[in-house]
Design a protein around this ligand. Sequence first.
Ligand code: C2E
Ligand code: MG
Ligand code: MG
Ligand code: MG
Length: 288
Amino acid sequence: HAKPDGPGTYVYFDAAMNRRVARSLLIHNELHRALENGDLQLFYQPQVRISTGEVVGFEALLRWQHATMGWISPAEFIPVAEQSGIIVQIGEWVMHTAARQAAQWLARGHRNFRIAVNISVRQFVGQDLPQLVDTVLKETGLPPHMLELEVTESLALHSVATTLAILHDCKSLGVKLAMDDFGTGYSSLSYLKRYPLDALKIDQAFVRNIPQDQGDMAITRAIVAMAHSFGMSVIAEGVETIAQLEFLRALGCEDVQGYLFSKPVPADQAATAFAGFATYPAVSDPVI
Ligand code: C2E
Ligand code: MG
Ligand code: MG
Ligand code: MG
C-alpha cells in the first residue's frame, strides 16, 4: 500500500527535473550553434490526393542531427526554440529553404504542388510575418499559391484582431493557409468563420485509431463535413493504413499525408514522389 511521500520522492523529482532543465539548456545553446553552422535540415513529406494518387504537396519538417547527441526530435527542440524565441530565426530559415527547394522543383518542370511550412505562434507576435513571406516569394520567385502556411489553434490565445490582420495580409500576398493539428487545440470553433483558411489538417491523434475507435471516427467525419461547409479542403495527417485511407476517401477527405505513402525524407528522395502513388488497394482477382 502507498507510503506517504518520503524524502526520496523529492530527491527523485529534483533529479529528474534537474536533468530536464539541463537538457533543455543544452538544447537551447546547441540550437543557436546549429542554426549558425547550418546543421539544421529540412525533410519533406509528400501529401497525396486520394482521388488520383498524385502528389499535391510536401510538408517541410525540421531535422537536426547533433554531432554527439544524435538525432533530436522537433517535438523536443521546437518547444525549446519557441520558449527562447530562436524559433523566429529558425522559422525564417525554414521558409527560405523550403521555398527555394520548391522553386527548384518547379524549374525542373514539376507543377501543381504546394510546399507547406509550419509557422510558430511566436512568428505572429512582434514579428512581420507578411513581410517575411513577401521577401521569400520575391527572392525565390515561387508563385505565391504554391506556398502554404500551417498555423495552429494556439493562435486563438492571442489578440484575435491582430492575428486576423496578419492572416489576411498573408492571404492577400496569395499564399495558402492551413490549420494544423485541427481539433486538438484550445480554441473555439467560431474562428473558423473568421479566419481565411484554405484547409484543415486533421490531427493524427484522430486518424491513428481508425477504424477501431468510433469516437475518433465520428470526430473525423464531423471535421470533414465542417471544413467542406466552410469551403475548406481537408488533409488527414498520420495515415498509416489502407483502412484509414478508405475511411477518409469515403468521407470525401481530399488529401492525406502519412507513412502509408512516405515518411518525411530528404529533398532528393522526396522528388521521386512526383511520379505519384497508387491510392487503391490491390483488388484481388474477381471470383468467377
Ligand atoms: P506537425 O506539423 O503536425 O507535423 C506532422 C508530424 O507527424 C511530423 O512529425 C511527421 O513526421 C509526423 N508524421 C507524418 N506522418 C506520420 C504517420 O503516418 N505516423 C506517425 N506516427 N507520424 C507521422 P515531426 O517531423 O517529428 O514534427 C513534429 C512537430 O514539430 C510538427 O508537427 C510541428 O509541430 C513541429 N515542427 C516540425 N518542423 C517545424 C518547423 O519547421 N517549424 C515549426 N514551427 N514547427 C515544426
Ligand atoms: Mg504541420
Ligand atoms: Mg500536424
Ligand atoms: Mg502534430
